[in-house]
Structure formats: C-alpha cells, structure tokens
Ligand binder design. Structure first.
Ligand code: TYM
Length: 336
C-alpha cells in the first residue's frame, strides 16, 4: 500500500463535467449520494471544467463561466457542506493537468480505443485528442487524491476501471505511488434514462438539443410536468410487473429514488394503476424535490462573494492534498 494512504475516514472523490444544465440523472446517480454519505467520508467534489473542453465546438466562454458557477451553487443547494466536503474547480489545481499528461504517457492507445464513451461521442463531431485521452485526465483526478471510493452513475464504471489499470501500470513502471479506487454505485437509479427515449441514458448534452429528453434541476415546475406527462411508455395503459417496458421502468425508478423507497416497492405501489397516475405522481415528487433545491440555489446565487470564496477555499484545500501525491509521482518518475 502506498505510504500516503490517507488515515482516518475513507476518502471519496467525484465530479461533474461543466457541459450543460445538471439533470435529475446527475442528481440521483451522483449528487444525492454524495450528500447522503457526506458524514461517513473525507470528501472531495469538483467541477470538471477541463473535461468540458473536450468538445470545444460546444463551448462558449460565457456559458462555461456560468456553468461553473451554476454547478458549485447546485452542489451547495443539494446539501454539500463546505465544512464537510472540499468543493473545488478542477482547473484551479494545476496538478490535475500535469498528472493527466504523465498518465497520457503511460496509457496504451488500445485501452483508450476500447472506451465506449469515446466510441459514441466521436461519431458526431470531429473528435479532439482531448476527447480521446479524457480517461487519463479522469484517472489523474481520482488518483491524485488517493480516493478510496468514487461515487458515480453506472455510465462511469468503465472510466474507473481504466483509472485502476493506469494506477497499476504506473506503479509497476515507477514504484507504488497510487492506491486502487473503488466505484460506489447505487443499486437502483444509477442509470436514469431519457424521458423521450428510454433506451438511452438521460444526458445533459443531449438535453441541449432535445426538448423533453431530460429534467434539469433548474427547470420550472410547468416544464417538468410537461416532460414527465409526455414521457415515452408503451402501447399498454397500466403498470404490469410481468410486462414492464423501459419507459415505465424508468418512471418507477425515478419515483423510487425521489421518494426514498426502492424500485420494487415503487412497483408494488403502482401495480395495476394507470400510466397517467404514475406520471402524475412522478411529476409531483420531482417538482417537490427540485423546488426545495431551487429555493436554496437562488439564495446562494444572490451572494457571488460567497460562491467565489467557496471556490477559492476549496482550491487551496484540494491543492494541499493533491500536492503530496503529485510530488511523489514527480519523484518516482525522476521529473523531480
Ligand atoms: P458527467 O458530468 O457526465 O455526470 C456526472 C455524474 O452524474 C452521473 N450521471 C447519471 N447517473 C444516473 N443517471 C444518469 N442518466 C446520469 N447521467 C450522469 C454520472 O455517472 C456522474 O457520476 N467523467 C465524468 C466527470 C468526471 C469524474 C472525474 C467523475 C471527471 N473526472 C473523476 C468522477 C471522478 C462525467 O463526465 O460525468
């Protein structure tokens, strides 16, 4: 085990890419878990702004600035407490990018070519080199902090596996520096599907071009109600456990996750009831949760000084932790 294994509570690290409006999928799969588990761990949560540049065609400077502020305010509004969790912006801790480069150099191209996210995202735009090497930067994000657990949605599982492979390869080449992180993935709600197409994951980038695809955490209630009531189900009309289509299953998962029961319990509650009733209750429970988040969000956004202070303090604390591992990595390669 590397000598810089953190003592005390297990360390947790995770982040969200600053590419658009956060969705209920981001909340259920990631943010709600971070907030709930906050007391059990030493926590580092960041805004992955460098990752947002991997599709530069989608970036406008003002939007990126706004997304960064929005995300940190939503972190706070969803219950992350700066006394218990270090909240920071990735680019303010330059060791991420430097270690990312070192990992680019130890990662075989074949590993990157196998990444499903790259395969799907590179089909549309002219793929950038950054999109291709994204997993090496993500490995740096995780390994710099010697994180024990990485709470994420199901779509990030492969990225955590490659981070483990990169840690192992680096340790083999240069000596034991990095510890192996474990994914922390909830059993139900780790993959919320698109409301307009329940065969694809709900995603904040898809939401930018498709109305009715996602619920954004900052959407007004009327918009949420409309999106849920129009959610794609199937040709049936009532919930039947022996014939659950992906759309109905997704609505049950949403209901369960937002009302604190598991999906099977949600299924029992709606068995035999009409899709329209299920949708109505999903809309209500969603609106109730996001309204509470939005109230806190608007309060937080009205104090820009507080937001900036949160980011400045977070960068300082994160840098302090990152520096220890970073120095060790630099020494073991001979760069230092
Ligand atoms: P991102 O920004 O795509 O998503 C942020 C988090 O939300 C989860 N998530 C979902 N969970 C359930 N259902 C969904 N439909 C859904 N959509 C998104 C994601 O799994 C994720 O946990 N590469 C990462 C950001 C990142 C990161 C890291 C995460 C960069 N470095 C280091 C952890 C550790 C990403 O783009 O997530």
């Amino acid at each position: 085990m590397p000598s810089n294994t953190p003592p005390g509570k297990p360390r947790v690290l995770s982040g969200i890419t600053a590419t658009g409006k956060l969705t209920i999928g981001n909340y259920i799969g990631a943010l709600s878990v971070w907030a709930q588990e906050q007391d059990k761990h030493e926590n580092y949560f960041f805004i992955a702004d460098l990752h947002a540049l991997t599709v530069p065609e989608n970036i406008k400077a003002n939007d990126l600035r706004e997304h960064i502020k929005q995300i940190v305010a939503l972190y706070l509004a969803c219950g992350l407490d700066p006394e218990k969790s270090v909240l920071f912006q990735q680019s303010r801790v330059p060791a991420h990018a430097t270690l990312g480069w070192i990992f680019d150099c130890v990662t075989p191209i074949g590993w990157l070519e196998r990444m499903t996210q790259y395969k799907s995202k590179s089909q549309n735009a002219t793929p950038s080199a950054g999109l291709f090497t994204y997993p090496a930067l993500m490995a740096a994000d995780i390994l710099l902090y010697q994180a024990t657990y990485v709470p994420v949605g199901d779509d990030q599982r492969q990225h955590i596996e490659i981070a483990r492979d990169i840690a192992q390869r680096f340790n083999h080449l240069f000596g034991e520096v990095f510890r192996m992180p474990e994914p922390m993935i909830r059993t139900s709600g780790a993959r919320i599907m698109g409301l307009d197409d329940p065969t694809v994951k709900m995603s904040k980038s898809t939401a930018q071009t498709r109305d009715g695809h996602a619920i954004a955490l900052l959407d007004p209630p009327a918009k949420i109600r409309k999106a849920v009531m129009r959610a794609v189900t199937d040709s049936g009309s009532e919930v039947r456990p022996d014939a659950l289509s992906p759309g109905v299953d997704n609505l049950l998962t949403l209901f369960g996750a937002l009302s604190g029961i598991d999906r099977d319990e949600a299924l029992r509650r709606f068995e035999g009831r009409r899709y329209g009733e299920l949708k109505k209750e999903v809309a209500e429970v969603t609106i109730e949760r996001v309204t509470a988040i939005q109230d806190r969000y608007h309060e937080i956004r009205s104090d820009e000084t507080y937001l900036e202070k949160t980011l400045a303090d977070g960068a300082e604390k994160a840098s302090e932790t990152a520096e220890q591992t970073f120095t060790e990595a630099m020494r073991s390669t001979g760069l230092l």
